[in-house]
Structure formats: structure tokens, C-alpha cells
Design a protein around this ligand. Structure first.
Ligand code: NAP
Length: 248
């Protein structure tokens, strides 16, 4: 197929909205997920009902073997990937740094940073003109947290997104002459399930008062920025960042 997208963590939240919008724009979509097969299947079903094409593939992006298998399955079932959205990400219970243990730090950095690196690696092997590819685009889902630091909540998460920002800048330059653009979106406070993982499901309601637009964002509003960065309309944009924060 001509346009093939992999959305990591495509089963819920921002990833699900991105998968749906991508299908509407003519991509064949791989909805990656970790555990929640029912949610992934629901995204695939809603894409199919609108006449789109999607498959759901379970792969834990903290596992290199799973990531290699994910990309191989896409090769076989959809064709060569042309767009990657490094969206899967986690945060954990709100706490101060002196309360964090090594296991938690390992989970957060392995998922948010290493997972994004390894998915980018597999995409580049297929997209780069140096490897005989036809080019492509990668969008990393960072966060406003890399700028704000998330004190008292999850400085580890914020730092992992800082790593994603640096990766976006460096990788964009590294592959710019090989037909690959690499950009990032930096969402602010978006209504998804992720805040429950931090122990505060209604966090957006609490913090929206600090947003100049005085409201939280919807996953679709992030997806729209992601799809623009992937599109030919962004053909001269690489190493760029779009804040989707209501002005925060
Ligand atoms: P979410 O609603 O919690 O959804 C997370 C998704 O990631 C799920 O599809 C989940 O799959 C998947 N996932 C988690 N760990 C994974 C792993 N190891 N391997 C594969 N998939 C995995 O999260 P969200 O709010 O949409 O967040 C998406 C991205 O946006 C994250 O990178 C997050 O840091 C970023 N972000 C979110 C906000 C916000 O306010 N929501 C703000 C800034 C940035 P399962 O369902 O199978 O577990």
C-alpha cells in the first residue's frame, strides 16, 4: 500500500485518535498496543466501519524482539512503513524524586525513550534512501512536561520527554538527507486515561485553570497536529515541535 502508518500505543487516547484520523486520510494503519486487545480491536472496527483499513498488533515496545516482530508483521501485512508515530508512553504514581525507586525509573525510561529509539531504528532501516527506501516521516509524541518539569508529580516522566526532544533534534539532522523527516508534538493537558496512572484521573479538570485557553485538550486536537507533520504539507519541516497546549 502507498501510505502505511504504525501508531505505537494506538489502542487508546492520543494514539487511537491518530490511528482513526490517519485512516480517514488514506493510510493503511497498524494499531499497536500492549495489553488491551479489546480497545485495539475497537479502533480497528471503527476504522473499518468508515471504509478504512487497519490491523491491530500486540507488541510491548520495551521489548526489542517485540518491536522487530511488529515491523516484520507490518512488512508482510501492510507493506513498507511510510509513517511512524512514536506515541506509546507511560507515567506512574505522582511522587517526589526522593521516593522513586530504580524499577520505576527503568520502566519509564525504557518505555518512553528506549522504545521510541528502537521503533525509529526499525523505521529508518525501511525508509532511508541509504538503505534503498523511499523516505518517510516520524513524529515523536513528547510533552509540555519536558519544558515544565512536572515537579511533585513525575520529574522522571518529564525527563524522559526531554530525551525525546533531544532525540527529535538529532535524528532529524541525521536522516534529513535520506528522505526522512522527524518532528515532535508537545501536548499539554489532554483528556485521556494516562492521568489515572498517575493516581489522579481528573487531573485535567484541576490543572485546566493554568491553561490560557482555560480548558483541557482533546486527543483529536493532538492527532490533527501529528497528521499535518506527517503530511506533504509539512515537506520542509524537520526537527520541529508543535505545542498543542492551549497556550500553556
Ligand atoms: P493513554 O491513554 O494512557 O494510552 C497509552 C497507550 O500506550 C495505550 O494504547 C497503551 O496500550 C500503550 N502502551 C503503553 N505502554 C506500552 C508498551 N510498553 N508497548 C506498547 N504500547 C504501550 O495515553 P495518552 O494520554 O494517549 O498518551 C499518549 C502519548 O501522549 C504518551 O507518549 C504521553 O506521554 C503523551 N502525552 C499525553 C498527554 C496527556 O495529557 N494525555 C500530555 C502530553 C503527552 P494498552 O492499552 O494495551 O496498555
Amino acid at each position: 500500500m502507498e501510505k502505511v502508518i504504525i501508531v505505537t500505543g494506538g489502542s487508546r487516547g492520543i494514539g487511537a485518535a491518530t490511528a482513526s484520523l490517519a485512516a480517514q486520510q488514506g493510510y493503511a494503519v497498524c494499531v499497536n498496543y500492549r495489553h488491551n486487545q479489546a480497545a485495539a480491536q475497537q479502533v480497528v472496527k471503527s476504522i473499518e466501519q468508515l471504509g478504512g483499513y487497519a490491523i491491530a498488533i500486540a507488541a510491548d515496545i520495551t521489548s526489542e524482539a517485540d518491536i522487530i516482530q511488529l515491523f516484520q508483521t507490518v512488512d508482510e501485512q501492510l507493506g513498507t512503513v511510510t509513517a511512524l508515530v512514536n506515541n506509546a508512553g507511560i507515567l506512574e504514581q505522582q511522587m517526589r524524586v526522593e521516593q522513586m525507586d530504580a524499577a520505576r525509573l527503568h520502566r519509564v525510561f525504557t518505555t518512553n525513550v528506549m522504545g521510541s529509539f528502537l521503533c525509529a531504528r526499525e523505521a529508518i532501516k525501511r525508509m532511508s534512501t541509504q538503505h534503498g527506501g523511499r523516505g518517510g516521516a516520524i513524529v515523536n509524541v513528547s510533552s509540555v512536561a519536558s519544558r515544565l518539569g512536572s515537579p511533585g508529580e513525575y520529574v522522571d516522566y518529564a525527563a524522559s520527554k526531554g530525551a525525546i526532544d533531544a532525540m527529535t533534534v538529532g535524528l532529524a539532522k541525521e536522516v534529513a538527507a535520506e528522505g526522512i523527516r522527524v518532528n515532535a508534538v508537545c501536548p499539554g493537558f489532554i483528556y485521556t486515561d494516562i492521568h489515572a496512572s498517575g493516581g489522579e484521573p481528573n487531573r485535567v479538570e484541576r490543572v485546566k485553570a493554568f491553561v490560557p485557553m482555560q480548558r483541557g485538550g482533546q486527543a483529536k486536537e493532538v492527532a490533527q497536529a501529528i497528521l499535518w507533520l506527517l503530511s506533504d504539507e509539512a515537506s520542509y519541516t524537520t526537527g520541529g515541535f508543535i505545542s498543542v497546549t492551549g497556550g500553556r
